[in-house]
Design a protein around this ligand. Structure first.
Ligand code: NAP
Length: 299
């Protein structure tokens, strides 16, 4: 099986390359040429997903069976300040990747986000809940989801949340580093979601894509994140405890955190649908965190 993964140099894309390279030939796509081995891809193609023709040419040449779009502008505050860029990459770029996958007859997987919800439901969101984003980032990602649902034949939209992994800057690393230096950690206590380890997510994406390709699961939206819900403040405390670090951690409001974009209050995702398809439940984020911290020590 030939797989094309965009955003191969990103936090999730890099772990997707690792996961899929165990079972097939993986081409990673990134804007600049980098060393393919570092990302565990057989080859690394250089293309910008906003370059529709260049991208279509690359996909036509590769003839993939599966295309995963993990490329995005994922900085929520940057998107709020730069809405044109956000829509150009997250909506138009995703559309270009989806169309190229469709033309190649490949299964298309779009990586989506819990930030398509306003967070006011008061309980976990299912795949059938109506999105209502409160940020430009959420709106731009929802535009991609809507396009894929209406125009692509074989697809999965994977909604995930609050990622940490070894290939990108993330909240877990910044808590560990600040705590080690004895600095004060200010973390938002009033917004909650499911922290997700990119390795666990990559494994689940692989399981889901196999089921869809075998005709054992339908196209559609799938929520995939680790079990367990917490705020960043609670997560920071757990990270410090697991590392045995005495840390000065304070709970702050979103306003005090000073971000430009609004974030949903409770964007936890319901996992019933994906658990049924995979035949297993993703582990609790605490277990995933323990593993991540162990591998982090070895780095
Ligand atoms: N991080 C989270 O907590 C989180 C939560 C929910 C959903 N998601 C979604 O998960 C996916 C992966 O996120 P991530 O955290 O792995 O993001 P990331 O680390 O910022 O990686 C994004 C990747 O997209 C690439 N990219 C950006 N613009 C591009 C363009 N115009 N053409 C080609 N490649 C481009 C980047 O390449 P360069 O290296 O060249 O910039 C990078 O490889 C995204 O769809 C995001 O919306 C993330």
């Amino acid at each position: 099986m030939k797989v094309l993964i965009t955003g191969a140099t990103g936090m999730l894309g890099c772990d997707l390359c690792r996961e899929f390279s165990a079972s097939g030939e993986v081409a990673g796509l990134a804007r600049g040429k980098r060393e393919a081995k570092q990302y565990r891809a057989s080859e690394l193609l250089a293309a910008d997903i906003t370059d529709r023709d260049g991208l279509a040419r690359a996909v036509r040449k590769l003839k993939p069976d599966l295309v995963i779009n993990a490329a995005a502008l994922a900085d929520v505050d940057f998107c709020e300040l730069n809405p044109e860029d956000a829509f150009r990459v997250n909506a138009e770029g995703a559309k270009n990747v989806a169309d190229a996958a469709e033309e190649a007859g490949a299964l298309f997987i779009q990586i989506g986000t819990d930030y398509v919800f306003d967070g006011e439901k008061g309980s976990a969101y299912t795949e059938d809940d109506s999105p209502d984003p409160v940020s430009v980032y959420g709106l731009s990602k929802l535009a991609a989801d809507d396009y894929v649902r209406s125009n692509i034949g074989k697809y999965a939209i994977i909604r995930s949340s609050w990622m940490f992994g070894s290939c990108g800057k993330n909240f877990v690393d910044s808590v560990v580093e600040t705590a080690k230096k004895g600095g004060r950690i200010r973390a938002v206590g009033e917004k909650s979601g499911n922290p997700t380890y990119t390795l666990d997510l990559a494994k689940a994406v692989s399981g889901l894509s196999a089921k869809i390709m075998q005709g054992k699961a339908p196209s559609g939206i799938y929520n995939i994140s680790n079990e367990g819900v917490c705020s960043r403040y609670e997560l920071a405390r757990e990270i410090a405890d697991l590392c045995g670090l005495k840390a000065d951690i304070v709970s702050i409001t979103a306003k005090e955190a000073g971000g430009t974009a609004l974030r949903p209050k409770l964007s936890a995702l319901d996992h019933l649908k994906i658990n049924k398809v995979l035949g297993y439940e993703l582990r609790h984020y605490r277990e995933a965190l323990k593993d991540y911290l162990k591998t982090r020590k070895r780095r």
